[in-house]
Ligand binder design. Structure first.
Ligand code: SF4
Length: 363
């Protein structure tokens, strides 16, 4: 796997860096941003050129990408708060995941939390200025009791707090998606994680197509789709490009970009060779390929972006505040300070009953 990582990254680094616009430096990235702002879709060559761009053009690439971010989201940042509502115990074999059946990682293992604990999580999400409360379970898909618990708790959360609710429950059948929508779930997360071609290298117990099927069920039920990926699993640049294009073609609303935190005890432990500059290029790619979608810097942010975290916000417009599913995030106060130092503001949900004149993020 590690050999594959190095050979594929080498191959990718030979990809042309002149195909984005035929010019160099600031001009070609601003020309590319101009085309995206005019409504053109990124081509595959342009996308590969972003990932293979020289480091000395990174600030130009970020500046150009920021123009697209600003068009759709201004200087606002959407915060999300994660609740690991059921930990470990998953029968799937996703090789990046500390909760899979093949993981020997030392993590808490517990069944679905009771309603009081789920409500406590919602209170913390509201206190931390999160716009969305994400309820996540480790599972191939939810059982009847888990769907019924979500149906019961979501109306209570919404009557107590001004929060959107995102559910991440694994693979969903259309009837399950319909029930979640009827209960008031705003959005469902189900990550594609990587390209269809590479998916078999990271998981054998379900397919990339299975995941697409869940997203289609979510969309057909009238909920928003949240789906993103993990970078740093040994995939090629072409796999990253294929994934962000697939998310674009599905019309995904919210795209979390994770940078692999190769947790000891998981099959991918020790594989990650990301550097902060490459991570920033991935965020620029995600934004330029999906101009109006939320781009969230997700797991691995602190580990891989390190001191360059603030630069990521010129491409992304969203963060998780607090901890991830089985790993620690940085203190929320550090995030608030970073955003304030940048002059960015935390977006809040409109109060219930507010009539909106228009939606700037849809233009
Ligand atoms: S289905 Fe989800 S919880 Fe289960 S192993 Fe895969 S990523 Fe982890």
């Amino acid at each position: 796997m590690i050999d594959r990582l190095s050979t594929k990254r080498e191959a990718a680094s030979t990809a042309t860096t002149t195909s984005a616009a035929g010019s160099s430096g600031a001009d070609r990235w601003h020309d590319l941003a101009d085309r995206v702002l005019a409504g053109q879709r990124l081509t595959e060559d342009e996308a590969l050129a972003i990932l293979a761009s020289p480091d000395d053009e990174l600030m130009d690439l970020l500046a150009a990408t920021y123009r697209v971010r600003r068009r759709h989201f201004g200087n606002e940042v959407q915060l999300y708060f994660l609740m690991n509502a059921k930990s470990g115990l998953c029968p799937e074999d996703c090789s990046y995941c500390s909760q899979s059946k093949v993981s020997e990682a030392e993590i808490p293992r517990y069944n679905l939390l009771d309603e009081q604990k789920l409500m406590d999580g919602a209170r913390i999400a509201a206190e931390r200025q999160a716009k969305t409360y994400c309820i996540v379970i480790s599972a191939r898909g939810p059982n009847e009791r888990e769907v019924a618990t979500i149906e019961s708790i979501v109306p209570k959360i919404k009557s107590a707090y001004n929060l959107k609710v995102c559910a991440c429950l694994g693979l969903l059948r259309p009837d399950q998606a319909q029930r979640l929508a009827a209960a008031g779930v705003d959005r469902v997360n189900h990550n594609l994680n990587t390209s269809e071609a590479y998916y078999g290298d990271i998981c054998t117990t379900h397919t990339w197509r299975d995941r697409v099927g869940t997203l289609e069920a979510v969309r057909d039920a009238g909920m928003e789709m949240c789906s993103g990926g993990i970078v740093g699993m040994g995939e090629r640049d072409a796999d990253v490009v294929e994934m962000v294009f697939a998310l674009r073609d599905l019309g995904v609303h919210s795209i979390p970009i994770n940078f692999l935190n190769a947790i000891p005890g998981t099959p991918l432990a020790g594989i990650s060779r990301l550097n902060p500059r490459y991570c920033l290029k991935v965020l620029c790619l995600a934004r330029l390929a999906n101009p109006a979608s939320e781009i969230r810097i997700a797991g691995g942010r602190e580990l891989h972006l390190r001191s360059l975290q603030p630069l990521g916000m010129y491409a992304a417009n969203s963060l998780f505040v607090g901890d991830y599913l089985t790993t620690k995030g940085q203190p929320a106060e550090d995030d608030y300070r970073m955003l304030a130092d940048m002059g960015f503001t935390v977006a809040r949900n409109p109060e219930p009953g507010t009539v909106l004149a228009g939606c700037s993020s849809a233009t």
